[in-house]
Design a protein around this ligand. Structure first.
Ligand code: CA
Length: 218
């Protein structure tokens, strides 16, 4: 998942970019509104409202005019009017400076999940060259349809709804097998192994030790 960070202050941007990269996100950073509007498409935009060239709210509005990319705006404490206007202009959420990386990541996950479930009625989930169409119950890799069993498909969809996120075994059991019986956890391994084989590269599905699995393009 590719995040565009729009932040002019190096002292804030650098630890933020490094922290997000450590969490497995692809991150690019720009320091001006003009560059934000020219940047390549991202999966999520983290937008500081106090930029040296353009008003961040204008940037927000212009991004929203041309895409449905999730936007989280960053405001300083006390700037409630900006927050309200930002949300009215189509931002999905906001964080208030100073914020912790944990809090930010939780919001990124939440916004991404909402966008993905909205996408379920709008179009297939895309993770690089992988496409998972929940309505058609069909998954394609590089345009080639994957022959998946129903459970393999559901497992892939559960991972693809939040690419890059570590999804716990408990959640997969609940979402795909509708059980919370931890003893059936072995079933997940069997299905993951089968999926890895069908995806042609085991690195599509990474094992997150002690947690579960995460999907990302190798
Ligand atoms: Ca700023």
């Amino acid at each position: 998942m590719h995040i565009l960070v729009v932040e002019d202050e190096d002292a804030i941007a650098e630890p933020l970019v490094n922290g997000l990269r450590r969490e497995g996100f692809d991150v690019s950073r720009v320091a001006t509104g003009a560059d934000a509007l020219e940047a390549a498409a991202a999966d999520l935009v983290l937008l500081d409202l106090r930029l040296p060239d353009l008003d961040g709210l204008d940037v927000c509005r212009r991004l929203r005019e041309r895409s449905r990319v999730p936007i989280i705006i960053v405001t300083a404490r006390g700037e409630e009017a900006d927050r309200v206007v930002g949300l009215e202009l189509g931002a999905d959420d906001y964080v208030v400076k100073p914020y912790g990386l944990r809090e930010l990541i939780a919001r990124i996950r939440a916004v991404t999940r909402r966008a993905a479930s909205a996408g379920a009625t709008g179009g297939p989930l895309r993770v690089g060259s992988l496409e998972v169409d929940e309505r058609a119950r069909e998954a394609c890799l590089d345009g080639r349809v994957l022959e998946l069993t129903p459970k393999e498909f559901e497992l892939l969809a559960a991972l693809a709804r939040d690419p890059g996120a570590a999804i716990s075994r408990q959640r997969l059991l609940a979402d795909v097998w509708q059980t919370t019986w931890y003893g059936s956890s072995k079933t997940i391994d069997v299905h993951v192994a089968a999926l890895r084989k069908k995806l042609g590269d085991p690195h599509w599905i990474e094992t997150v030790r002690g947690v579960g699995f995460r999907l990302r393009e190798p």
